[in-house]
Design a protein. Structure first.
Length: 141
């Protein structure tokens, strides 16, 4: 997608983006279309070093930027995933892929009914489970 000269440089949320950075954003959105919008915006933030004074990524602002670029026809983003609303949700275990033990914990890698892959860690001393990693399913569309 060409970048209109009128947009370069682009000022968004207090930052000036050069034509080179805008083309990089277009490239990332195209190359990583299988990722979710949040993952794309984090990648963009890291590559253009868009951070707050405390060093955290300006992920929210970046997501707004790429969504605005989509409205302008400059990028195509993945369709928003339906997550079934806020709050707790139930995902069934489809298949246990691996298990391994540590000194005071146990890990389980599994596929969920939502198409995602998870690694859970069970802390025996606290008697609680937590998600260590979640890999989203490939996007369709």
């Amino acid at each position: 997608m060409p970048l209109p000269d009128a947009l370069s440089p682009l000022i968004f949320s207090g930052r000036t983006f050069s034509a080179r950075e805008l083309r990089l954003i277009q490239e990332i959105c195209g190359d990583f279309a299988g990722l979710g919008r949040t993952e794309i915006s984090r990648t963009v933030c890291e590559l253009v070093q868009w951070k707050r004074p405390n060093g955290t990524l300006k992920n929210h602002e970046c997501r707004l930027l790429i969504e605005r670029m989509e409205e302008l026809g400059l990028v195509k983003l993945p369709v928003l995933r339906k997550v079934g609303g806020r709050g707790k949700r139930r995902v069934e275990v489809v298949r246990v892929l691996d298990r391994w033990r540590g000194e005071d914990h146990e890990n389980v890698k599994l596929d969920g009914s939502d198409g995602a892959r998870y690694i859970f860690r069970y802390d025996r001393s606290r008697d609680e489970w937590e998600i260590q990693m979640m890999e989203s399913p490939p996007s369709t569309g």
